[in-house]
Design a protein around this ligand. Structure first.
Ligand SMILES: Nc1ncnc2c1ncn2[C@@H]1O[C@H](COP(=O)(O)OP(=O)(O)O)[C@@H](O)[C@H]1O
Ligand SMILES: [Mg+2]
Length: 627
């Protein structure tokens, strides 16, 4: 038994270390901190859904698998060749033999490297195909969500789902799964090779495996917690940044720079601390595994050296120099993949968390969907009717109460009334941004729920309170859909709405750059661009919401002028605060508190001396005062 004493000492040292880790682990658990990624969807369910995306790529994965087996060959065969060379040197030395073996070694190495190269390429391509399918589905699904749902989910979150989370999932396919498979194969292959070479030494190596497993398991818990903190910190900082960069102007105006800076510093420090913590966890784990490795090498040298010197045999196997060398190399190749496996488990966890978030989005039922048997709307005249419409955004909190009105084809009808009366709501019900609870909305006498939503929305030209311009050029912002339109057609639309004057004053005209949200244009100019965008497609029904607010007098005149022309294109529903804008409408509907208070032409309503009359005289008098 004396001769095993050195081994016992090594074993005791490792056991002490293992015990202290386990104690640390138990202590950490006592704090009852939330570890793990809270998930509602089961892993098996996520795997199943992910496989659906991976399945069409099975040929690529099969190819990768074969390439992988080829490349693993190097890991398993190279120790045998090297140890063979050592054996050769000891016996009668033949240069030719040495060269042959070296040649074989180099060829196998080259094959392995080439395989790894192609494997990486095939995998990246496959991963990109999977991720773009996933991204496409996510984006398409998000587009189907209703306005209500959009106002409930923060936009930043949706962006993260489409970009970061799909990326994390693709990492799983291109990196994690493959490494898992590869490392498992390497471990199995090496074990088999070792068993064939020498049973005693293999058993010795196997004695270290439980420790590796324990350490890896504990490490996984610690690192998962550290990883989570880093992730939370990053999200925190991102949210803070996106909020504050877009609110930068306000921050400056209200002189809150110092306070914001302090807030940022704190978040920044938190993230730094989380990162350091993560590095610390890895800093403990890696040396520990290295220590295990060194211990096993020492044990190997001791056992094999003893066996070689005394010519001992175990289960009929004698230890030779080449066995010793081969084992020395195998041990290293054996420990590496185990360590990688443990470290990559985190990535797998986070990829699953990302996948779950994506699927949660994909599982949201769109609030407004096509009814069964919905048909394409086809060519319409543009008659609109609200037939006893009741609508609430939530529960029984009625915003519209029994609203009925008709708009003939080609007519212009104006909606007026105080803020919150429900004007914008009426407009957004028309294109089914929301569904009504009671009554009917008809276009050309047919309930709009009988039409497919996409064909319905194509009939509308919308000019809304806030004009949304995308970054790009003026032309791309006017054209939006049909890229094949010529500059001349776009100019024609611009001339029609008086947008040509300011555009032609710009050096590069239609190709002038539009920055994010159209920040480099005035409110009036943005409005004119949105007019051009609308009239370009000559929609049957036009919707205009308070477009004339916040505009200088000169531009207002231009807009007023172009509005009168736009009214001739088709049916128009217009909301305007300035009553002069809508004097010539065919019908003016005065809304109050979700109900129609009165309606008629400008003259009829003035004669009535009701709400409209009061509103009009008030505005009129104010205008006279100002001029
Ligand atoms: N997305 C929404 N969710 C819940 N309530 C809303 C929403 N949009 C508007 N409202 C409410 O509906 C009412 C009518 O709003 P709106 O149609 O925008 O009025 P108007 O355009 O006439 O000023 C207001 O009381 C407003 O608070
Ligand atoms: Mg409004």
């Amino acid at each position: 038994m004396r001769e095993y004493l050195p081994l016992l000492i090594v074993g005791a040292a490792i056991s002490i270390l293992a015990t202290s880790f386990i104690i640390a682990y138990a202590l950490m658990k006592d704090k009852k901190e939330a570890i793990g990624f809270d998930r509602n969807v089961k892993d098996s369910e996520i795997t199943k859904r992910l496989l659906k995306y991976a399945a069409p790529q099975w040929k690529s994965f099969l190819l990768v698998f074969f390439i992988m087996i080829l490349s693993i060959g190097y890991d398993i065969v190279s120790p045998l060749i090297i140890s063979g060379i050592a054996d050769l040197i000891k016996a009668e030395f033949e240069m030719r033999d040495l060269f042959i073996r070296l040649g074989i070694y180099i060829s196998i190495l080259l094959v392995s490297l080439t395989c790894q190269y192609f494997q990486a390429i095939v995998l990246q391509k496959t991963g990109q195909r999977i991720i773009s399918a996933l991204r496409y589905d996510t984006f398409e699904h998000i587009e189907k969500l209703s306005h209500q749902q959009f106002s409930e989910i923060p936009v930043g979150k949706l962006v993260t789902r489409v970009t970061n989370d799909t990326n994390a999932v693709s990492m799983m396919f291109t990196n994690i799964f493959v490494n898992l498979a590869k490392n498992s194969l390497v471990i199995i292959g090496i074990l088999i090779a070792m068993l064939i070479l020498n049973l005693e030494l293999t058993l010795m190596v196997l004695c270290f495996v439980p420790f590796i497993v324990i350490f890896s398991f504990i490490f996984r818990k610690f690192s998962r917690k550290a990883y989570r903190k880093v992730k939370d910190g990053t999200t925190d900082i991102n949210t803070f940044l996106s909020e504050n960069l877009s609110g930068m102007k306000i921050t400056r105006v209200f002189d809150r720079k110092e306070r914001k800076k302090a807030e940022f510093d704190k978040k920044n420090n938190d993230l730094g601390r989380a990162k350091r913590n993560q590095i610390f966890v890895f800093g403990i784990f890696r040396p520990t595994i290295y220590m295990l490795y060194i211990s096993s090498v020492l044990a190997l040298l001791y056992l094999a050296g003893r066996g070689y010197i005394y010519g001992l045999s175990f289960a009929g196997q004698v230890i030779t120099a080449d066995v010793l060398i081969a084992f020395y190399m195998y041990i290293q190749k054996f420990f590496n993949p185990i360590q990688t496996l443990a470290e990559q488990f985190n990535w797998l966890q986070s990829a699953f968390a990302s996948a779950e978030k994506i699927f949660t989005i994909l599982d949201i039922e769109p609030g407004v969907t096509d009814d069964e048997g919905a048909v394409d709307i086809g060519d319409i005249k543009g008659e609109i009717e609200f037939d006893h419409v009741w609508f609430a955004y939530k529960d029984e909190n009625w915003i519209l109460k029994d609203v009925s009105f008709k708009v003939g084809a080609g007519q212009t009808v104006a909606l007026v009334g105080p803020t919150g009366a429900g004007k914008t709501t009426i407009l957004s019900l028309l294109c089914r941004n929301y569904d009504i609870q009671k009554g009917r909305i008809l276009i050309d006498g047919v309930d709009i729920r009988k039409f497919t939503i996409s064909s319905l929305r194509r009939q509308f030209g919308q000019m809304l309170q806030t004009v949304f311009l995308f970054s790009g050029t003026i032309k791309s912002n006017i054209v939006l859909r049909d890229e094949s339109l010529t500059d001349e057609e776009v100019w024609e639309a611009c001339r029609y709405v008086n947008a040509d004057k300011f555009i032609s004053r710009l050096d590069d005209g239609l190709d002038h750059e539009v920055r994010e949200f159209g920040n480099n244009f005035s409110a009036g100019q943005r409005q004119l661009i949105s007019f051009a965008r609308t009239v370009l497609y000559k929609p049957k029904i036009m919707i205009l919401d308070e477009a004339t607010a916040n505009i200088d007098t000169e531009t207002e005149q231009l807009i007023q002028d172009s509005l009168e022309r736009i009214m001739n294109i088709g049916t128009m529903l217009i909301v305007a605060h300035r009553l002069s804008t809508i004097q010539h409408s065919d019908n003016i509907i005065v809304l109050a508190d979700g109900q129609i208070a009165e309606q008629g032409t400008h003259e009829q309503l003035l004669e009535k001396r009701g709400r409209y009359y009061n509103l009009y005289t008030l505005q009129h008098r104010r205008q006279q005062l100002m001029s």
